[in-house]
Write a protein that binds this ligand. Sequence first.
Ligand code: DGI
Ligand code: FE
Ligand code: FE
Length: 188
Amino acid sequence: MDDFDISALWADVRARLSDYRFYHSQCVAECAKKLAAQYGWDEEKAYVAGAGHDIMKEQSRRAAPAYLAENGVALTPLELRCPKLWHAMAGEIYLRQTYSLPEDILQAVRWHTTGRENMTLPEKILFVADFISDDRDYPGVDEMRVRARQSLESAMEEGLRFTIEDLAKDCKPIHPDTLAAYNEILIQ
Ligand code: DGI
Ligand code: FE
Ligand code: FE
């Protein structure tokens, strides 16, 4: 990471995202850096992961599946029906190809939306930072911030439960990786 030019990534993120998503990315970068300091990941890597995590969030619904297919990602029938899941997969590919970022950052971006079983520390840090960044203001976010200071797993459990409840209320499918992440944490 010594020679990585974060200003090029920020300019790219700025050009690709609307104002509020750019601000969200800045907040997640700051938050991930703080969590990294507390839990023991490289602070600069955490900041870069936060900066880039949603870089493909505003890719069009037409372009995204084609981009994923071109890059060898075969979407499952469930994933095809959930456009909100695409940006994590596309983000990993784009950041790998454009910036050759280290694998731990790329995997954190890849799993930041669904989570998965056996998440690594970098994956957990980005997943939690995305829930508690300064721009977030949903009911319960303050309790999530308290939990995140106590343990990443505690915040993840609550965050995954929020997500699963919201999706179920809206009759939306729940990705197997989201369920696997939740079940694993619950039974630990
Ligand atoms: O990109 P952000 O908005 O910052 O946050 P995110 O990447 O966590 O995306 C959140 C969205 O992703 C939210 O609308 C719910 C959706 N999502 C997360 N897990 C699942 C999911 N959607 C479906 N259908 N199934 C999931 O398991
Ligand atoms: Fe996201
Ligand atoms: Fe995000």
